[in-house]
Write a protein that binds this ligand. Structure first.
Ligand code: HEM
Length: 928
């Protein structure tokens, strides 16, 4: 049996091969004959000029569209340059480059136009109106959809687009200062996907709600359109498109999302809409499905898969076209400041608040906005590849001109004739210098729209099969561009994007650039003085730090945290540390001396507390300097800008507390000196009040300036409406109130002790020395004055991190001087005590706590507590005249130093609350 089978099998194989060969030969022979027929005078298109190879077969188109991928449009453009306005581009199709013939090709009314099957084969959405060959069936399918996208319906659903436009702007602005370039086309794709879904299905896809811009439909659309030419030549491969949902779990996330949306979610929505209608559930908000299901469409046209195809066509047609048009406009506005400025002026004339845009019909009346949109549509092409129509019932007669000679061609009925936006939009007769972005070309000298130029536009195609979503697209473009120009574009910078990234390279139905890198941008911090919408932004986001257009340094590392110190930050850090160290040393010694002598008073306690808070403030200052304070914005990344401002604000709160406590210490000390002078006492109380009032204004004012307070360093909160700030002038006023009160109190700290000193009987030379030391304190006032211009820098809001560092420097030095100056007198005694006593500790006599025969203090048990702190040199002794001691600082009052007969003595009467025992002693002493 086996031996007999072998020849049989060989025989069968031979026959099979033979038949295949015959079939192939027959097919080749047929094709050759067909090619010969195509180029023969017998073919109805034989009179149309063009390359013979294109007339003979589809091989030329195959080569440029399939092999070279999407390049046939460019080749057709070359053919027109060689053969004239009408060329034959394949055996059955003619291409026209003369816009004046467009109304014939894309006719309206009763003039029937089929779509060529060869073209429709490229679309996997064969059941949608868009993919319908027959004119009449297309018409039936289009009518209910056209109602849904009519102007009347858009007027009804326009608020949804407004909301999404603002959401897009908020989301873009939330990226302010990120310094990370991203493809703005992705962001616009998120917006247009959400807009089309929100408009059509009553609920948006939610791309604008997600974190970041990914996933979106931009890249997946390109992937899905990639096989468009394969489908066109080998339509049977379209079956593979249905496999998408089978492999949905194995493809990249974004492609899976698009497949799931088109092939799973949309059919599910149709089924639900059907069920709702069957159950009598109606919705106030119309959806595309309800409109189609309730229309007069044939039942077969209401099948789930067909309606899903229709919805998918709307999503597909409405997403990338609109988003690429916006991207192109954005690029040209960013590279052409004059156009941006002109557009901004026009918009500002009608837009009071860019967050509350006027309705689309109002914006439509703005000629320059319209011109920018037209020019953007022209250079984004919409559908760049050719789109043809077949006049089924009439021949078309073309009359034109070529090389200054009249040309006439008859395009017979039944043959496709089409045009391409890419070619039409670069017709130099209608659009001179056609690759340049010149909105003015759409306007006449009076600034009115030029209808003649508008007629040359093919972005939305023309006629009965023109873009169905044109109204929605124009509504989106007007609203979105207006909001972008007024809110976002002033902060937008291009990043590594050139004309080449916009330039048409090939097409996949929609235009594609060479590397499809998109339009990469960075959103900078808002700029008050360079942005075109200063007034609004000043009101809405007064706290935002800003950058100049040159500020976006690409050398900034977005992940950097701590910056090595140099220049101004290093100087501030060094000076702050020096004053802090001096303060800590002097105050510690003062405290040590007072504690060891058991004369640690309220003023000492305040001074120690103030120094502790001052220590915290210095630590905060150091951290702020390490993360970016003291530097220009251009040198900082977003995190550093925010962190530096955050710690600057925390530092302010800490610094004002430190200053108030330190000053209180000094006032308490002076209060003792001025104890018998009622005027001085009142003055001191007033100044003490001013000190704390100033503290309250600065502290509470800073906390209340923005709500929540973190809005100051988190602009996102303002942009997302979760935070708000008072106008920037408020913060400047707070700063000036603090400064003026500080200067007043600092000067008073010189003047009041000086008055007290003046009344003593000191020698003139000693008085002068004392005044010299007092003037040391006045340095604090001078330094406070130095910071005034830096407070005014808040109004400019430019490079805040740099300018506020100067305020920090002045303030740290001022507080340090306060601590040191108020403690220096104690140190004099400290050193003297150390050297004379020969020991680091106090003498036995001094260390003995308890009442002294000579001293009493305010509101406490008698203690050795002369008012020797602060800037005062007035150290007084109370007691019998023979016991009077030299005028020294407080600590020296406890010294055993013998009385200098030539010394200066002051008799002091204290009007203070004291215990009776001491009053008695006093009286006895006086009596003696
Ligand atoms: C800038 C935006 C847009 C441009 C430039 C544009 C362009 C076009 C063009 C040129 C066609 C004709 C295609 C052909 O002849 O085969 C078309 C058809 C279509 N467009 Fe748009 N489109 C845009 C936005 C939209 C939007 C937002 C929608 C959403 C509703 C939409 C829905 C459609 C539909 C459904 C068709 C098929 C119409 C039919 O065959 O009857 N388009 N679009």
């Amino acid at each position: 049996m086996g031996t007999q089978d072998v020849p049989l099998t060989r025989d069968t194989s031979f026959h099979t091969a033979y038949y295949v060969l015959v079939l192939i030969s027959a097919w080749v022979a047929f094709k050759v004959l067909q090619a010969l027929y195509n180029v023969s005078p017998l073919h109805p298109l034989s009179h149309i000029p063009g390359p013979r190879i294109a007339a003979a077969t589809y091989l030329l188109e195959f080569y440029y569209d399939v092999v070279k991928f999407g390049c046939y449009t460019k080749e057709i453009k070359k053919m027109h340059e060689q053969y004239g306005p009408i060329v034959r581009i394949n055996p059955n199709e003619v291409h026209c480059s003369d816009i004046s013939f467009a109304d014939e090709i894309y006719a309206v009314g009763g003039r029937k136009r089929d779509k060529p099957l060869h073209q429709i084969n490229g679309s996997a959405l064969g059941q949608a109106g868009f993919g319908t060959v027959d004119h009449d069936i297309h018409r039936l399918r289009r009518v209910p959809l056209a109602k849904f996208f009519s102007r009347a319906m858009i007027a009804r659903l326009e608020p949804e687009v407004h909301g999404l436009v603002q959401k897009l702007c908020d989301k873009l602005l939330a990226q302010s200062g990120d310094n990370e370039a991203f493809d703005i086309a992705m962001a616009y794709s998120c917006f247009t996907s959400d807009a089309i879904s929100s408009y059509s299905f009553g609920e948006s896809f939610g791309f604008l709600d997600q974190k970041g811009w990914y996933p979106n439909f931009r890249a997946p659309t390109a992937s899905i359109l990639r096989p468009v030419f394969i489908f066109r030549f080998f339509p049977w491969t379209k079956a593979s498109a249905g496999l998408g949902k089978v492999f949905v779990d194995y493809v990249p996330k974004d492609i899976a999302l698009l497949i799931r949306t088109l092939q799973i979610d949309l059919p599910a929505k149709v089924i639900k809409a059907k069920a709702d209608i069957d159950a009598g559930i109606t919705y106030d908000r119309p959806t595309i499905f309800a409109s189609l299901l309730q229309s007069e469409l044939e039942l077969s046209d209401k099948e789930t898969h067909r309606l899903a195809d229709e919805a998918a066509a709307v999503v597909g047609a409405g997403t990338e076209t609109t988003s690429w048009a916006l991207s192109v406009m954005t690029y040209h506005l960013l590279t052409k400041p004059d156009i941006l400025a002109k557009l901004t002026r026009e918009l500002k004339a009608v837009v009071e608040d860019p967050k509350q845009l006027p309705a689309w019909p109002v914006l439509e009346t703005l000629p320059y906005l319209g011109a920018v949109i037209q020019e953007g549509l022209r250079l984004s092409y919409g559908v760049s590849s050719r789109t043809a129509r077949i006049p089924t019932e009439e021949n078309l007669l073309y009359r034109g001109e070529w090389n200054k000679k009249p040309v006439e061609h008859v395009i017979p009925q039944g043959y496709a004739v089409g045009m391409s936006a890419f070619i039409t939009h670069h017709d130099h007769r209608a659009f001179p210098d056609s690759y340049a972005f010149i909105p003015e070309r759409w306007l006449d000298e009076d600034g009115h729209r030029r209808k003649d130029v508008e007629r040359s536009m093919l972005a939305f195609s023309k006629g009965s099969r023109s873009c169905l979503g044109m109204n929605l697209a124009l509504c989106e473009l007007h609203l979105c561009l207006t909001a972008l120009v007024l809110r976002v574009i002033p902060q937008m910078r291009l990043s590594d994007t050139t004309d080449e990234d916009l330039a048409y390279d090939h097409d996949m139905f929609i235009p594609m650039t060479k590397e499809n890198r998109g339009v990469r941008v960075i959103i900078a911090w808002r700029t008050f003085n360079s942005g075109p919408w200063t007034s609004y932004t000043e009101i809405a986001c007064p706290q935002l730090p800003v950058s100049s257009s040159t500020a976006m340094s690409t050398t900034v590392n977005p992940n950097e945290r701590i910056i090595p110190l140099d220049g101004l930050p290093l100087a501030i850090l060094a000076i702050s540390c020096v004053f802090w160290v001096l303060s800590v040393i002097t105050v510690s010694m003062r405290a040590y001396t007072r504690i060891s002598k058991a004369i640690f008073g309220l003023d000492d306690a305040f001074m120690v507390a103030g120094t502790i808070v001052y220590t915290a403030a210095t630590g905060l200052a150091i951290y702020a300097l390490l993360v970016g304070l003291g530097r220009l914005e251009a040198d900082l990344n977003a995190w550093q800008r925010s962190e530096a401002m955050k710690y600057y604000i925390i530092w302010i709160l800490t610094y004002v507390l430190a200053l108030a406590v330190v000053k209180s210490s000094i006032w308490i000390t002076i209060l003792r000196i001025a104890s018998t002078k009622i005027n001085l006492r009142v003055t001191v109380y007033v100044l003490l009040g001013i000190t704390w009032a100033s503290f309250c204004i600065t502290f509470i004012g800073t906390l209340l300036y923005c709500r929540p307070v973190r809005t100051i360093w988190t602009p996102l909160l303002v942009l997302t409406g979760k935070g708000s700030c008072a106008p920037v002038g408020t913060f400047v006023i707070i700063g000036h109130v603090a400064t003026v009160s500080t200067i007043v109190t600092d000067l008073a700290l010189v003047v009041v002790p000086a008055i007290i000193l003046w009344n003593t009987q000191m020698k003139k030379q000693q008085k002068l020395q004392a005044f010299g030391l007092l003037s040391f304190a006045s340095v604090a006032s001078i330094i406070t004055m130095v910071r005034i211009p830096y407070i005014n820098r808040f109004e400019g809001m430019t490079n805040l991190q740099f300018w506020v560092a100067h305020i920090m420097l002045c303030s740290n030095v001022e507080t340090g001087i306060g601590c040191v100056a108020s403690s220096v007198p104690s140190l004099r005694h400290f050193f003297r005590g150390e050297t004379s006593g020969g020991s680091s500790g106090p003498s036995n006599k001094r260390s003995t706590p308890g009442p002294s025969r000579d001293f009493f203090t305010i509101g406490s048990q008698p203690r050795l507590t002369p008012a020797d702190g602060g800037f005062s040199l007035s150290t007084v002794r109370h007691g019998r005249e023979e016991n009077w001691e030299p005028l020294h600082d407080g600590a020296s009052d406890q010294s055993d130093t013998p009385i200098d007969p030539k010394g200066l003595y002051k008799k002091q009467t204290y009007a203070v609350d004291i215990e009776m025992k001491h009053l008695d002693e006093e009286r006895q002493a006086r009596g003696r």
